[in-house]
Design a protein around this ligand. Structure first.
Ligand code: NOJ
Length: 798
């Protein structure tokens, strides 16, 4: 069953059946202001930080599931009948009214056809202003003049998630609202520098600033009193729950269109007036929208492919990049699932997210890299979860909210957690991420930039990386394998203080990347030292972790093997086997055998399971996973994030058919017509898909904020299509299904454009016979070309 389709020309996903089983969301904003919005215009906005600077309210995990929102009501003043441009909250009968939602790149467009009126509401945030514009167009397609009332409505939130959800004895009296000069201002009395506003390009006929006046008692957004009555009440107050509600009467002649623009923004009334003046020039609205489209077109143009696989093209060229960028820009803490209670960056999560979008967002990636460096402790490990503001001297100078509720503030020193909370993988990711960033940008100076540690002292970025690698070298168990510490990538695998195969493999991977960087920088002593460490790590892995048919996942502190054929449960794991290959530790024979085991034991039509068989009972020596239901999340779900590692591993082995089989099984695009199973949006990877041990096998959960966006992008672009970078060259090394006869890529790199045409006349899965740059044969990677140049590259596989 399908609910929509991909419109690639407009780079939109079109939901034409709006009663989807769960909210299908989108992200608006590319800088500081963000709105997470559903296909029904439900959702919330925040400024910079979903914990501290909330603007509109969200009732998380509520019924209905996406309220409140940014709604526009239309009322026919002759009949009193009303509806919303988005299907909900009024929820007209779908057999009488036709609704559509188009989620685009940083905008969403809702439309409705009802009783000869066609209405559209486009929500977007201009790149240059902290304001969400609601561009509303209503056209009369009937033969009669229509007398209408339009109401735009949103509910303001208390500014901090905690005081929005608890401690209402304080928060209910901490904010106030007022109306003047066409602008509703919402203020926070305890935080006299914070204001939000709601205004429109026309002066309204009535307004409400109080939520309960607009909605009325014993009513909801479905049937607001003001809309039913045909006008707002002019309410405002100090204290209470507030809203932005603006009402305008319009009349539209047959064949004519009326346009109204509403503005929800950050700042006091004066700012609201300035923005109102700017966007009352409707040409400025159009220009901002065009600028936003151009912003994305420019990004997308950096990598575009045309292959025989429409789903891959659609996801790589548009949606997976968009998802990966979203994780980098907004981090992983603002969605309908993560509602903002956690804040800042996850060390491992952001390190990985950055890796995949260094080409499309180098500026934000550099910012994130420096933040992550500042979140590293001088001992070498990363703070697992931290807020970059803690280490930003400017932010320390800013006024902070002091609650009248007496609470003991946390001691600054306690922000730096000790070894008991260290995740053994955290800082290893950033080593490779930084190398990837430099390969992309050529910003070699980054290695020598001095950045302080979170606790004390400072080092160059290069020095930070050595500390990360040295930390892993020091924290090993008796077998020479890295200690898993609090956990590794798998939050639920704790090993009771034992050893993690995955981390040793990752250590090898990071060491190799670092040695390559050291070679490039001519730091010979480091090349020697860290190559020797890599050899030692590899030897330990091969001698300690091979189980006969595949690799172990770890060894608990009590010496129990996890991920061994000798176990009843948790015999095979995806992470260790894929990483054995991705890290180049596995010998060719072991590499093939362990990936065959992944295929045999873990593969399914909806993707690769994390482990098999699922754990049926808790075992705290292994970790938390036995306390998770079978087939869910880390206990044998199809956890999406490691799936692309299997694709990469297969590409390394040259098995293009199998790489594509793995890629295809998880590809959301492929499930567009199976929504009765998948439920979640088909344009976003989800954190996990219920595994075969669960009754809801195939159901996807937690869209958007997952490392699988970035990693699937990396797997497809760098490994299947095979465009990878060196410090001074571009490598072209595809691994594809044998029946792909040809494909094309447009790639921009360091200012030059490369039009790459790959031919595969002999139907191979891997292997490049010849590369020509502008007609001339090239041996090895293609060197950087002059900025602004256009280059033709032809590649012959065979
Ligand atoms: C989600 C967490 O955000 C991520 O850090 C972790 O690697 C995965 N769960 C797996 O446990």
């Amino acid at each position: 069953m399908r609910y929509g389709h991909f419109d690639n020309e407009n780079r939109e996903y079109v939901i034409d059946r709006v009663d989807v089983p769960v909210s299908w969301t989108n992200y608006l904003g590319v800088k500081d202001l963000c709105t997470v919005i559903s296909h029904n215009a439900g959702g919330y906005s925040f400024h910079q930080n979903a914990e501290h600077h909330r603007i509109t309210r969200f009732r998380q995990n509520g019924v209905p599931l996406d309220r409140p929102g940014h709604y526009v009501y239309i009322r026919d003043n002759d009949t009193g009948e009303y509806w919303t441009i988005s299907w909900q909250p009024v929820g007209k009968d779908l057999s009488e009214a036709k609704y559509e939602c188009r989620h685009g790149l940083s905008y969403s467009k809702f439309s409705c056809d009802y009783q000869d009126l066609h209405a559209e509401q486009t929500l977007f945030i201009p790149i240059e202003d902290d304001v969400e514009l609601w561009d509303v167009k209503i056209s009369n397609r009937g033969g009669q003049k229509r007398d209408l009332s339009v109401f735009a409505y949103c509910e303001f939130s208390f500014h901090h998630i905690e005081i929005d959800n608890q401690n209402l004895q304080m928060s209910l009296y901490a904010s106030g609202s007022s109306y003047a000069d066409g602008v509703i201002q919402y203020d926070f009395f305890y935080e006299p520098w914070t204001f939000h506003y709601f205004t429109s390009h026309v002066d309204p006929d009535s307004y409400d600033c109080l939520r309960d006046k607009f909605l009325g008692n014993y009513r909801t957004e479905t049937n607001p009193a003001a809309v039913e009555e045909g006008k707002c009440h002019g309410s405002f107050e100090l204290g209470g729950n507030h809203c932005g509600a603006l009402h305008k009467r319009i009349s539209i002649a047959p064949g004519e269109e009326s346009r109204l623009v509403f503005m929800l923004g950050v700042g006091p009334r004066a700012k609201g007036k300035e923005i109102k003046a700017k966007y009352s020039q409707l040409a400025n609205v159009d220009k901002s929208f065009a600028d936003l489209r151009a912003y994305w077109e420019k990004k997308l143009a950096i990598f575009q492919c045309k292959t025989p696989h429409q789903g891959l093209d659609t996801m790589v060229n548009i949606w997976t990049l968009y998802q990966a960028e979203t994780c980098v820009v907004w981090s992983r803490f603002a969605s309908f699932i993560e509602v903002g209670g956690r804040t800042g960056l996850g060390y491992r999560d952001t390190s990985q997210d950055v890796m995949s979008v260094v080409h499309t967002n180098p500026t934000r990636c550099r910012q994130r890299i420096i933040e992550l460096m500042k979140g590293q402790v001088s001992d070498g490990y990363g703070l697992h979860l931290f807020d970059p503001d803690w280490f930003d001297p400017e932010k320390q100078k800013a006024p902070t909210f002091k609650s009248p509720t007496i609470a003991h503030p946390p001691d600054r020193k306690s922000l730096i957690h000790g070894i008991e909370h260290v995740c053994s993988d955290d800082a290893l990711w950033i080593v490779v991420t930084i190398c990837e960033y430099v390969k992309e940008t050529g910003d070699v100076a980054l290695f020598d930039e001095v950045v302080p540690f979170a606790n004390e002292g400072e080092a160059t970025v290069y020095g930070h990386l050595k500390r990360a690698l040295d930390f892993s070298a020091r924290h090993i168990g008796n077998t020479g394998i890295c200690l898993g510490l609090r956990a590794d990538w798998n939050d639920c695998l704790n090993l009771g203080g034992g050893e993690s195969a995955m981390v040793s493999f990752m250590h090898h991977w990071a060491l190799k990347a670092f040695v390559e960087a050291a070679e490039f920088l001519g730091r010979d002593a480091d090349v020697k030292q860290y190559s020797a460490t890599a050899d030692k790590v590899r030897a330990a892995c091969e001698s300690q972790l091979w189980d006969g048919d595949w690799y172990l996942r770890g060894i608990t502190a009590k010496g129990m093997k996890v991920g061994s054929n000798e176990n009843e449960e948790g015999r095979v794991f995806i992470e260790s086997n894929t990483w054995a290959v991705v890290s180049d530790v596995a010998s060719p024979a072991h590499a093939r055998a362990c990936m065959d085991a992944v295929d045999r034991h873990l593969f399914s039509e909806y993707g690769i399971h994390l482990l098999w068989p699922a754990f049926s009972k808790p075992n705290d020596d292994i970790g938390f996973m036995g306390r998770v239901y079978k087939g869910i999340k880390e206990n044998a779900a199809i956890f999406s994030h490691p799936n692309p590692w299997a694709v990469i591993a297969e590409c390394k082995l040259g098995r293009g058919e199998r790489a594509m089989k793995f890629y295809d099984s998880l590809l959301p695009y492929n499930q567009n017509d199976k929504i009765e199973v998948r439920e979640a949006e088909p344009y976003s990877y989800c954190q996990f898909v219920m595994g075969k041990d669960h009754t809801a096998f195939g159901r996807a959960r937690h869209p958007w904020l997952t490392g699988s966006g970035g990693w699937n992008y990396t797997a497809a672009t760098r490994w299947i299509l095979g465009i990878r970078l060196d410090f001074d060259g571009m490598i072209i090394d595809p691994c594809i299904p044998a029946d792909w006869k040809e494909f094309e890529i447009k790639r921009q790199w360091r200012g030059a454009t490369f039009h790459i045409k790959v031919a595969n006349p002999n139907s191979v899965e891997k292997g490049v016979k010849e590369v020509r740059l502008n007609g001339k044969p090239v041996q090895g990677p293609i060197p950087p070309q002059p900025s602004g140049s256009k280059n033709e590259v032809s590649v012959l596989m065979g």
